[in-house]
Design a protein around this ligand. Structure first.
Ligand code: HEM
Length: 343
């Protein structure tokens, strides 16, 4: 289908909206009526037609608006994009992966012409037509990772693999759920996960790392993660907490359906060919509770999940104070029927 790109904002007047199509394909993340951390990894080899899993890098109606928002964040804070010197090769690997994937998966939107190392990249929605020499940084306006991730929805952590661990040595992070690339740069898998409650004791990170270290080229994997955000904000970074943290206090019983969003991250994992780095794209999907509850089984299940979520998780995810109001709102959509019909 042809994508109609929305003219919308993720700040100030918050004109972000999901079409009926976007609501229908929203990645509702709960497969049962309760939630706890787990090593919820699966292969990322496509999915049902039209679903967010169909393509390697999903492009949807929010593409242009998300890229504009990223440019605004970077203009204010260039440290949202960092690449340690040994990660440039991984940046080229990532540029190649995204250009090939997007030009194959969306031939009407993206084109890649290759003649040896002389490449031409056409990004029609963004009006970009650049010729450059693959592996020659001087021929691009930015480093390779920054160049391609300014044109691709989602955050990107690029991990170096050494000493049986992963190291956050590069990334483009402007749409994150309250963590900072500038703080985490150079950390390893256990260090950057240190603030997460419960999961360490459950052995989740030891098992997850083992899985990740063994991911092979051409065999990407994925998982979903989720949290809650007041207003359709992409940039919920610690750097800008003073701007968005206060907005949590504006929730009222009258506006909760409109202002409270479920925030779901599609996290994927790809092995990169030359550098052997692992790239971790984190794609954020937002949905207002009033839209989510148009699907009765989602409203019913979300009510039970939020109501029964362990306190440590609701605190870590930042909605403990607003939980009673959210649960009260969602309870109106829970008729007590079983949700065993799946999601
Ligand atoms: C949270 C990065 C893979 C499980 C986080 C956080 C970061 C992060 C930066 C936020 C920590 C904070 O509060 O400062 C990454 C990166 C990964 C990766 C770069 C890829 C190499 C995984 C995997 C799992 C996992 C494979 C489990 C199977 C979690 C969980 C949280 C978390 C459970 C808490 C999320 C929440 O409750 O909202 N991750 N992660 N991560 N990560 Fe990862």
């Amino acid at each position: 289908m042809t994508i109609q790109f929305n003219d919308e904002t993720f700040r100030n007047d918050y004109t972000f909206r999901n079409s009926d199509w976007a609501i229908k394909r929203f990645p509702f993340p709960f497969h049962e009526d309760s939630y706890m951390y787990s090593v919820n990894m699966e292969q990322h080899q496509g999915g049902p037609k039209g679903s967010i899993y169909e393509k390697r890098f999903d492009v949807d109606e929010h593409y242009l608006a998300e890229m504009k928002d990223r440019a605004l964040v970077l203009a204010e804070d260039p440290l949202r994009c960092q690449s340690l010197p040994h990660m440039t090769l991984a940046g080229w690997d990532l540029l190649e992966l995204i250009m090939i994937s997007k030009s194959e998966d969306y031939p009407d939107l993206f084109k890649l012409h290759r003649n040896g190392n002389n490449w031409r990249w056409i990004n029609k929605p963004m009006g970009i037509d650049d010729s450059f020499v693959f592996m020659d940084e001087a021929t691009l306006p930015y480093g390779p990772m920054e160049y391609i991730t300014r044109q691709t929805q989602g955050d990107f952590a690029v991990l170096d693999q050494r000493d049986d661990n992963l190291w956050m040595d590069a990334g483009m992070v402007t749409t994150q759920a309250d963590w900072s690339l500038d703080f985490d740069i150079g950390m390893n898998f256990f260090e950057w996960h240190a603030p997460v409650p419960k999961a360490h004791e459950m052995g989740i990170f030891v098992r997850a790392l083992k899985f990740l270290l063994n991911i092979q080229q051409g065999m990407p994997a994925r998982r979903l993660n989720w949290t809650m955000t007041v207003n359709p904000l992409l940039d919920t970074s610690p750097e800008n907490y003073h701007k968005w943290g206060i907005q949590k206090t504006t929730l009222t019983p009258e506006n909760v359906g409109e202002k409270q969003y479920l925030r779901v991250e599609l996290q994927t994992f790809f092995r990169l060919p030359r550098s052997n780095a692992l790239v971790f794209p984190i794609r954020c999907y937002l949905i207002a509770l009033q839209d989510l509850t148009t699907v009765p089984k989602w409203g019913r299940r979300l009510h039970r999940v939020i109501r029964d979520l362990p306190e440590e998780l609701a605190t870590y995810k930042g909605f403990i104070d607003n939980r009673p109001m959210i649960v009260d709102y969602l309870s109106k959509f829970d008729d007590g029927l079983p949700t065993s019909d799946g999601i």
